[in-house]
Design a binder for this molecule. Structure first.
Ligand code: NDP
Length: 334
C-alpha cells in the first residue's frame, strides 16, 4: 500500500456563487479517518446537481471552507476506529460521502461498499447516486407497476436515463421530456419499446400526455426540474396520482397552498435519496438491486465526460447549461 501524503488536490468553496467560487487547490490537508470512517483514495468522483446547490447556496454548506462532492469510487488506504462494515485497506469501494471533490476523502464506512468484481472502472462512481435515486423513487416514492403511465422530465439527464431504463425494466409506459432532438433520441433508445419522448422546445407536453393517456394523465410524475415544470406536472397528473418532485435543476419550487392537491386527490412527495437509504440494511439492499440491474440486466451507464478535477468549473457550467447527457465524472489525479 502506497503511503498516504499529508497534502492533496481538492476543490473547496469559501463562499457561495457562480463557478468562480470553485477553488482548485493542491495543498489541502489529507483528512484522517475517525470513528466509523475509512480514508479513500478517490479514482473517480461523480458530479451531481446537488453539488451546484451547495455552490450557489440553495442548500447551505455545513461549514467553510467546504469540499464539494457526494460520491466516488476508489481504494481504502487507511481505516479509522469502530464498526467499518468489514472494510479493510486495499478494498476497492464505491461510496456516498461528503467531500469527494478531492484526492482523498474520510468517508462514512456505513455508506461505502466493496465494488463487485468485474465492474469496469468509472461505473461505480457513475451509477451510485443517480442510480439509487431513480431506483428508490420507483420503488418507494411511487411503487411503479407494469403498465403504469409515468412522466419523466429531463429524461436524457443523469438521473433521467436511470429512471427511463429502470421503468422500462418494470414494464411501465414512459413519457419523457427533453429539450433537444439529440436528447430525445438518446432517451428513446434507452427506453426503446416503452417510451414516447416529447421535445418540449417544440411540442406541447400537456396535450401530448393527454393524447397518449386517453385524457387520464400519468399516475406518477418524476420531476427533478422543479420550478419551471411543477405547474405543468400537476396538470399532467392523473386523478389520485403521485407527484414526485425530487429536485431543483431550474430552481426551487415555491411554497404552494395545499388545496392545489384537491382537484385530483393528488399525492405530493418531495423525497431525498438519503431518506430511503438511512440504515445500512436499506443502503445494502438498494445497492445490491442496483448493481444487479447494471451487471445482469446490462443497463447502459452513460458517461458524458470525465473532466480533470482542475476543470471542475467547466463541468458545473456544462451541467447547469443543459449541455450534458448521462453522468459527469471528475478525475482527481488531474
Ligand atoms: P441532469 O443530468 O438531469 O441535468 C439536469 C437537466 O435538467 C438538464 O440537462 C435539463 O435537461 C433539465 N433542465 C430543465 N430546466 C433546466 C434549467 N433551468 N437548468 C438546468 N437544467 C434544466 O442532472 P442530475 O441527474 O444530476 O439531477 C437531476 C435532478 O435530480 C436535479 O434536480 C437533482 O437535484 C435531482 N436529484 C435529486 C436527488 C434527491 O435525493 N432528491 C438525488 C439526485 C438528483 P433538458 O435540457 O432535457 O431539459
Amino acid at each position: 500500500m502506497a503511503s498516504v501524503p499529508s497534502t492533496m488536490k481538492g476543490v473547496i468553496i469559501e463562499t457561495t456563487g457562480g463557478t468562480e467560487v470553485l477553488q482548485y487547490k493542491t495543498d489541502l490537508p489529507v483528512p484522517s479517518p475517525g470513528d466509523g470512517q475509512v480514508l479513500v483514495h478517490n479514482d473517480y468522483v461523480g458530479v451531481n446537481f446537488i453539488d451546484t446547490y451547495f455552490r450557489t447556496g440553495l442548500y447551505p454548506a455545513p461549514k467553510y471552507p467546504y469540499i464539494l462532492g457526494r460520491e466516488s469510487e476508489g481504494t481504502v488506504v487507511k481505516t479509522g476506529s469502530g464498526d467499518l462494515y468489514g472494510l479493510q485497506e486495499g478494498d476497492k469501494v464505491v461510496m456516498l460521502s461528503e467531500g469527494t471533490y478531492a484526492e482523498y476523502t474520510a468517508a462514512n464506512a456505513a455508506k461505502a461498499v466493496k465494488i463487485k468484481s468485474g465492474l469496469e472502472a468509472k461505473i461505480g462512481a457513475a451509477a451510485l447516486l443517480q442510480g439509487l435515486t431513480a431506483l428508490t423513487l420507483i420503488r418507494e416514492a411511487y411503487p411503479v407497476k407494469k403498465g403504469d403511465w409515468v412522466l419523466v422530465h429531463a429524461a436524457a439527464g443523469g438521473t433521467g436515463l436511470w429512471l427511463v431504463q429502470l421503468l422500462k425494466a418494470v414494464g411501465a409506459n414512459i413519457i419523457g421530456t427533453a429539450s433537444t432532438q439529440e436528447k430525445v433520441d438518446l432517451a428513446t433508445k434507452a427506453g426503446e419499446g416503452n417510451i414516447t419522448m416529447i421535445n418540449y422546445s417544440k411540442d406541447d407536453v400537456k396535450s401530448k400526455v393527454m393524447e397518449l393517456t386517453n385524457n387520464a394523465g400519468c399516475v406518477a410524475i418524476f420531476d427533478g426540474v422543479g420550478k419551471d415544470t411543477f405547474d405543468l406536472s400537476l396538470e399532467c397528473l392523473a386523478r389520485k396520482g403521485s407527484m414526485v418532485s425530487f429536485g431543483n435543476a431550474s430552481g426551487a419550487v415555491p411554497p404552494l397552498p395545499i388545496a392545489r392537491l384537491s382537484p385530483k386527490n393528488a399525492r405530493l412527495l418531495r423525497p431525498t435519496l438519503f431518506g430511503y437509504i438511512t440504515t445500512r440494511e436499506e443502503f445494502e439492499h438498494y445497492v445490491d438491486e442496483l448493481m444487479d440491474f447494471v451487471t445482469k440486466d446490462k443497463l447502459d451507464v452513460r458517461i458524458h465526460e470525465t473532466y480533470a478535477l482542475s476543470d471542475v468549473a467547466r463541468a458545473h457550467n456544462d451541467l447547469e447549461g443543459r449541455k450534458t447527457t448521462g453522468k459527469l465524472l471528475l478525475d482527481p489525479s488531474k
